[in-house]
Design a protein around this ligand. Structure first.
Ligand SMILES: Nc1ncnc2c1ncn2[C@@H]1O[C@H](COP(=O)(O)OP(=O)(O)OP(=O)(O)O)[C@@H](O)[C@H]1O
Length: 259
């Protein structure tokens, strides 16, 4: 019974994200095959409440595949995903969103022709009654520094404001875990610093755990509690940014001479 057989599920592990645990997410033996290619290879990954973890690794390391397994966009070939006290491996993407896993994609998912307030209404409709839209919208606008842009059409916002709106939309769902794919790509230095500050607030004040796929190692250094390095679908290293930066093997596979 080879471990590479995609039809074989490993022995179910004990859920370590249940009541009394500070762990929000735990994967066990999480595996994804695309035909003969193993994009995610028996990954055991754990995340604490309110933790900010950066996921780095060379192109094709399996970062996006891993995130898509967590959101349910991809179905696991083997292994389990435990989140907030239950096994969510078989849940649909929609059910996972309902349980507080939200995703911010690299490609903006705001509606450019809608106003800021109209955009916020889209996620709010899914979680609160209509009579609460006004107060909840205002709270999010204040929090994400978009109050003056309430009636602005999203296409007229700066890139940084659009990023904040998107994160605000994700936060409207009251997530416990937010997944972000290169959130500062294309942003200015000031906008990047704003986002880093927002992440700090979201994790520290709201206790939301973040997994951020990031190529910019300096940005990683400015935000991450811990870093996971993926390579060829497996966890290659895990540690503080200082440990990861000092690791010659990580340098060899990923960071290269220009970092
Ligand atoms: N839908 C798919 N069908 C077949 N192969 C896929 C699919 N999605 C990803 N792969 C392959 O799986 C491997 C991991 O890809 P993935 O996109 O997860 O890597 P990544 O670390 O996110 O890379 P990048 O940094 O370039 O975005 C790659 O070899 C890729 O070609």
């Amino acid at each position: 019974m080879g471990v590479s057989d995609p039809t074989v599920k490993p022995t179910p592990a004990v859920d370590e994200t249940g009541e009394g645990s500070s762990r929000v997410l735990q994967t066990r033996g999480l595996t994804k095959h695309f035909g003969g290619l193993t994009a995610t290879d028996e990954v055991d990954f754990a995340l604490e409440e309110g933790e900010l973890r950066c996921l780095i690794g060379p192109n094709g390391a399996g970062k996006s595949t891993f995130i898509n397994l967590l959101t349910g966009q991809l179905e696991a070939s083997a292994g389990s995903i435990y989140y907030d006290g239950r096994d969510i491996t078989e849940l649909s993407p929609h059910e996972r969103v309902g349980r507080g896993i939200s995703m911010k994609f690299q490609v903006p998912s705001i509606y450019e022709e809608f106003t800021v307030a109209q955009n916020l209404r889209i996620p709010l409709q899914q979680v609160v009654d209509a009579d609460e839209y006004g107060s909840r919208t205002r709270k999010i606008l204040e929090r994400f520094d978009l109050l003056a842009e309430r009636e602005t059409t999203a296409s007229d916002l700066s890139h940084g404001q659009q990023q904040r709106l998107e994160i605000g939309m994700a936060m409207a769902m009251e997530p416990k875990l937010m997944l972000l794919d290169e959130p500062v790509a294309g942003l200015s230095v000031e906008e990047t610093a704003d986002i880093a500050e927002l992440f700090e607030e979201i994790t520290a004040d709201d206790g939301v755990a973040l997994i951020v796929i990031e190529h910019d190692i300096d940005f990683v250094e400015s935000i991450a509690d811990r870093v996971t390095v993926l390579d060829q679908g497996s966890i290659f290293r895990e540690g503080s940014i200082e440990e990861i930066r000092a690791d010659s093997e990580v340098k060899r596979i990923y960071l290269g001479d220009d970092h």
